[in-house]
Design a protein around this ligand. Structure first.
Ligand SMILES: N[C@@H](CCC(=O)N[C@@H](CS)C(=O)NCC(=O)O)C(=O)O
Length: 251
């Protein structure tokens, strides 16, 4: 029995859904509304004390942290393999998982900036969002995004992180069709949702001059797993192009 607690537009959840889709595995879906704060409910905190998605429950075993879940999925259902066969390639794959984890804050910054901009004229809702953010670092970042909007230093820093990530991806993809080798793997499942998020925000200029990266985005978006794991889950909270961010994405 496989149950996934996840969020429709959550990038960390989409990583796991992609790996499950590539393996043809279905799961019992427990969809949380992150904007409503379902992830902070006591019942969910008992599964995932950090109050974040995703959490995978497999035969009563609770697996947390999306990159760890990816490896768990591949070790538990080895075919088709999403980890490269050679140890050196596996090391490269794990490096990509770390790079993607390190990109998470940049992705959150850009996404939060858009959400907070939409609430700018509703101070009561802004207060509520801050009150629902217990982590002091995250709350301080949200305050900077409220104060500075798209000109907050966090936004420029997030875009710089994405630029570095896309450049590293382009270099890897100029050598191999997928991030950690010749086959679609966990590194690709991890990275695609983060790249898709900024594409949705209209920021594809970030890789317009990086042909291998651009080709990878097009190839992965055309795979059946993309729609199964990402497209079908976007729903009413889907992001849309943001002209302020799109303008800042040009080099
Ligand atoms: N490192 C964690 C990050 C999980 C995470 O931050 N998930 C976001 C959605 S992408 C979340 O649950 N946010 C809700 C919140 O922080 O309250 C992982 O990769 O599993």
């Amino acid at each position: 029995m496989l149950t996934l607690y996840h969020g429709g537009t959550s990038v960390a959840s989409a990583k796991v859904r992609l790996a499950l889709a590539e393996k043809g595995l279905s799961f019992d879906s427990r969809l949380l509304d992150l904007r409503r704060g379902d992830q902070k409910d006591a019942a969910y905190l008992a599964l995932n004390p950090a109050g974040v998605v995703p959490t995978l429950v497999h035969d009563g075993k609770m697996i947390r942290e999306s990159s760890i879940i990816l490896e768990y999925v591949d070790e538990t259902w080895p075919m088709p393999a999403l980890m490269p066969a050679q140890p050196a390639d596996r090391a490269e794959m794990r490096l990509w998982l770390r790079r993607v984890d390190a990109l998470h804050d940049a992705c959150s910054t850009l996404s939060s900036c858009v959400k907070l901009a939409a609430l700018r004229d509703d101070p009561a809702k802004v207060t509520l969002v801050l009150a629902q953010t217990p982590d002091p670092d995250k709350r301080a970042r949200q305050q900077r995004l409220i104060d500075g909007g798209f000109d907050a230093p966090d936004v420029a820093q997030a875009i710089a992180s994405y630029r570095a990530f896309c450049l590293a991806a382009d270099r890897a993809l100029a050598r191999n069709p997928f991030l950690s080798g010749t086959d679609m793997g966990l590194a690709d499942c991890a990275a695609l949702p983060y790249v898709h998020r900024v594409a949705t925000l209209g920021m594809d200029a970030l890789w317009a001059h990086l042909p291998a990266c651009e080709d990878w985005v097009a190839r992965l978006s055309a795979r059946p797993s993309f729609n199964i794991a990402i497209g079908l889950w976007q729903g009413a909270q889907a992001y849309s192009p943001c002209p302020e961010l799109a303008a800042r994405a040009f080099a």
